[in-house]
Design a protein around this ligand. Structure first.
Ligand SMILES: [Zn+2]
Length: 126
């Protein structure tokens, strides 16, 4: 039984950076900022990310650039400013269940420990 694994991919949409011509498909498009993270999983539950890819993508042909962290932060700032100006917030599908994941894993571990030591615990109370 496989209880742990690598490679759960989580895609987080940050927002629109601006209007540029795509050098791949030639369309004048709103370039999108994405952050892909690869997660370590336990019992098929994502525990923590160990790899990040920061991407600027053309929404039509998915051609894009991989950004380094400072450039990504700079573009993220532009996205935030655009959101403030336009007042429209696009809900991103982000991973905010990490704290809950840890609670579930700890509960499962405690439960397994209780099951394995059940006889010892009961004999203590007898
Ligand atoms: Zn394109």
């Amino acid at each position: 039984m496989i209880i742990w694994g690598w490679g759960h991919l989580n895609k987080k949409y940050i927002g629109i950076v601006g209007l540029y011509i795509c050098e791949h498909c030639g369309n004048d498009v709103q370039w999108q900022l994405w952050e892909y993270s690869v997660w370590f999983t336990l019992f098929f539950i994502p525990i923590f990310p160990y790899e990040f890819h920061r991407l600027l993508l053309c929404p039509i042909c998915a051609y894009g650039l991989e950004l380094d962290k400072p450039k990504f932060k700079e573009l993220e700032g532009i996205v935030e400013n655009r959101k403030l100006v336009s007042g429209s917030e696009i809900k991103s599908k982000s991973h905010n269940g990490c704290g809950l994941t840890i609670i579930i894993v700890v509960s499962v571990v405690i439960l397994l420990w209780l099951i394995m030591n059940w006889n010892a615990i009961m004999s203590y109370f007898r």
